[in-house]
Ligand binder design. Structure first.
Ligand SMILES: Nc1ncnc2c1ncn2[C@@H]1O[C@H](COP(=O)(O)OP(=O)(O)O)[C@@H](O)[C@H]1O
Ligand SMILES: [Mg+2]
Length: 413
């Protein structure tokens, strides 16, 4: 057999598309994932049960398989392992291993942003509570571990006592025992998906989070997003300028990336960025709403081929709406097919298999589905989403309703 071989790190659902596209480019695909039941397993040609984060092991597998590519498109740490393996084995890569490390540490990332005039709040990093310089802190502040994700250990702090408490928690969660303390930004939260060209960046799509109101003004959870984000011309120009600066500051070229930011009264303030495609529905949204096939672009980027980026103008507006369940055992969602058949929603997603245990964790475990609505105006979007929510229900294995309606009822205007 003289097929090219690609090692795919991580069996997450968005990687199904990656595996399929690699296959159609003529690759034999080897999935590395220590879980037996991850969504990608049945799609890859071969499954090796090892941790995607074990750098040396991944290099060994790549050598053994005589791989020509080690790839991952939407998992931060796995991207870093890809870059490491590529440098060690002389394979093509999207950016250097050093760049991949700069972006998995929030302290390093903030330093590069600050040094390069990318608007972001003040910050400093500590490894112990007695290193906290209270004189530098302006309240409200935010405390987080420098190297976690999914909002783990992220808190707003309004007093000295809270700073100390949350710094301790963040240090415990951090792999490098480091916490970052930074200025709190007040406003709507946006995500900006971009592509780094040679000299600048293209903004592909903007979206604004639909907040689940937290008691302290932080958006640690959302029930979906609105596309495009309702930004005026000035803010759209700012969003593009920031994208250009990020691409330049981190030396990105020919690679997808996205950043998260808050639209404050003083303008856009960047929270963080990642040189990859987002997880969840990102791929679907970019492809279907903006006409940008991010996975093709990511493979080109990994292969070192210049990607062709021609996003289309987004017509109308869209919302993504997540369906949350209360704890229990998930069975099915009713109403989605009818809504889709009637054209009330444009697409529906069921994210869990029947029989999946749903716990209290608001991060992703209790998101069981989602739907997308299209409209001509933002007001119409809300109306349509509200109507759709009313005719959807989530059921457990005993056929009892388990949808967590309070979340969106509190928040949908
Ligand atoms: N400085 C800040 N000001 C306001 N909200 C913040 C700030 N930092 C984080 N947040 C909120 O917390 C969420 C998670 O923080 P983030 O830095 O993105 O960490 P993670 O890597 O876990 O996603 C953000 O999406 C945002 O809603
Ligand atoms: Mg984030």
């Amino acid at each position: 057999m003289n097929k090219k071989t690609a090692i795919v790190l991580g069996g997450t659902a968005p990687h199904i598309e990656l595996v399929n596209k690699l296959k159609s480019r003529g690759y034999y695909t080897v999935l590395v994932d220590y879980l037996d039941n991850s969504p990608c397993v049945e799609y890859a040609d071969k499954h090796v049960r090892e941790s995607t984060l074990d750098t040396e092991k991944v290099c060994d597998i790549a050598k053994e398989e005589r791989a020509e590519l080690v790839i991952s498109t939407c998992i931060d740490q796995a991207n870093s392992v890809c870059c490491y393996a590529a440098e060690k084995l002389g394979l093509p890569k999207p950016y250097s291993y050093k760049t991949s490390l700069d972006v998995t540490d929030k302290g390093l990332m903030k330093k590069i942003m600050t040094d390069n005039d990318i608007p972001t709040s003040w910050y400093f990093v500590v490894k112990d509570t007695n290193e906290i310089d209270f004189g530098r802190i302006k309240y409200p502040a935010v405390v987080k571990p420098v190297d976690c994700n999914s909002s783990k250990g992220v808190h707003r702090a309004d007093s000295k006592e809270e700073i100390v408490k949350y710094v301790k928690e963040a240090i415990d969660l951090s792999r490098t025992d480091s916490a970052i303390i930074e200025g709190f930004n007040s406003g709507e939260e946006i995500q900006v998906d971009c592509f780094a060209n040679e000299a600048d960046a293209t903004v592909i799509m903007t979206r604004q989070k639909q907040k689940i109101a937290a008691d302290n003004g932080m958006v640690l959870q959302s029930f979906g997003s609105i596309i495009p984000a309702p930004l005026n011309d000035e803010l759209n120009i700012q969003a593009k300028e920031i994208a250009d600066k990020i691409a330049r500051a981190f030396g990105l070229s020919n690679t997808p990336f996205f950043y998260q930011a808050i639209v404050t009264d003083e303008g856009i303030r960047v929270l963080e960025f990642a040189p990859r495609i987002g997880g969840g529905l990102s791929y679907y949204l970019l492809n279907n709403i903006a006409g940008y096939d991010a996975v093709e672009a990511a493979i080109d980027s990994f292969e070192g081929i210049k990607a062709k980026i021609e996003p289309k103008e987004i017509s109308g507006c869209y919302s993504t709406n997540l369906l949350y369940a209360r704890p229990g055992v998930f069975d099915h969602i009713s109403g989605l097919d009818e809504l889709k058949a009637n054209g009330d929603i444009t697409e529906a997603f069921v994210m869990k298999k029947p029989g999946t245990e749903i716990d209290r964790d608001m991060r992703s475990s209790n998101r069981v589905g989602a739907f997308i609505v299209k409209a001509d105006s933002y007001d119409e979007l809300y109306e349509k989403a509200k109507k759709a929510y009313d005719s959807i229900e989530i059921y457990d294995t005993e056929n009892k309703p388990m949808m967590n309606r309070s979340l969106y009822e509190r928040n949908l205007k």
